[in-house]
Design a protein around this ligand. Sequence first.
Ligand code: NAP
Length: 279
Amino acid sequence: MSVDSGTCAILTGASGGIGQALLRELLAKGANVLAVARSPEKLDALFAEISTAKRKRIQVVRADLALPEGRRAVVSAASWLNTAPNLLIHGAASSSFGLFAENAAEEVGRLLALNVTSPLQLTHDLLPLLRESPTAQVVAIGSTFGSIGYPGFAAYCASKFALRGAFEALAREHHGESIAFLYMSPRATRTDFNSPEVDALNETLGNRVDSAEYVAAEIIKAIDHNQRRLQIGWPEKLLVRLNSLLPGLLDRGIASQLPKIQDHARGVRVRPLKPQAVD
Ligand SMILES: NC(=O)c1ccc[n+]([C@@H]2O[C@H](COP(=O)([O-])OP(=O)(O)OC[C@H]3O[C@@H](n4cnc5c(N)ncnc54)[C@H](OP(=O)(O)O)[C@@H]3O)[C@@H](O)[C@H]2O)c1
């Protein structure tokens, strides 16, 4: 299924770095988009730069997806669309970086709720609408850290491993049906998602960091090809495979990075997920 003027997409995390880049791509291809954002005002600059015709193809829903009422607002807005949605992209997520022992336990729970429970529940509640289309796709934006457990990111890794597992199960459960489940794994990407400490760690380790525009273009390409799984970037594609076949190799490689990771992670707590008022 190619993204085109027949696409009716629901995009969560639309106000984020990758989300805004995806929104631009979707609009450029003629799609109509229900853009879900906790802070829609972050979309103002994008609205100012796009044509009125494109603006008319966006409907914004303000929703805190960590809350049941936020998810209900999305389902309710989706049920009022002129056309049944045929593309659901889960982009909303929160990050964590820090030594696990220093993380506040409740922050870990909240991260798992937003990154795992929320996309699964939203998928569940939108399935009847998605099934109204002859074909539909549900896309999870995961992470390389959904395939490689990495020090300093225990809760985030747990959330993305879980999301990957859920999407693998869903893809297999719905095999041969009109609905497809795709899992996309960006590597480090230049957005506000990463704290200054993570940016500093990436620089120290010489990790490549992609632009949000590049990541969005790769994701849209994968959607166009109905590609089940996408890992973005070398050497990450190779490292993910090695980690699955020969995890001891990565154990040793990552152990050699550990002192640097600990230097950056020490004293950094999970960034609080700010509760926000929702209309
Ligand atoms: N950036 C990276 O290095 C990287 C690497 C691999 C994978 N990823 C994945 O890519 C996806 C997008 O990341 P990004 O870099 O674009 O992050 P970002 O710029 O921080 O955007 C995150 C998005 O999630 C939304 N969000 C956060 N909490 C929410 C809540 N409680 N309810 C509703 N929406 C909420 C944010 O909305 P508001 O801003 O309106 O609060 C924002 O739109 C995430 O799934 C992330 O795990 C990112």
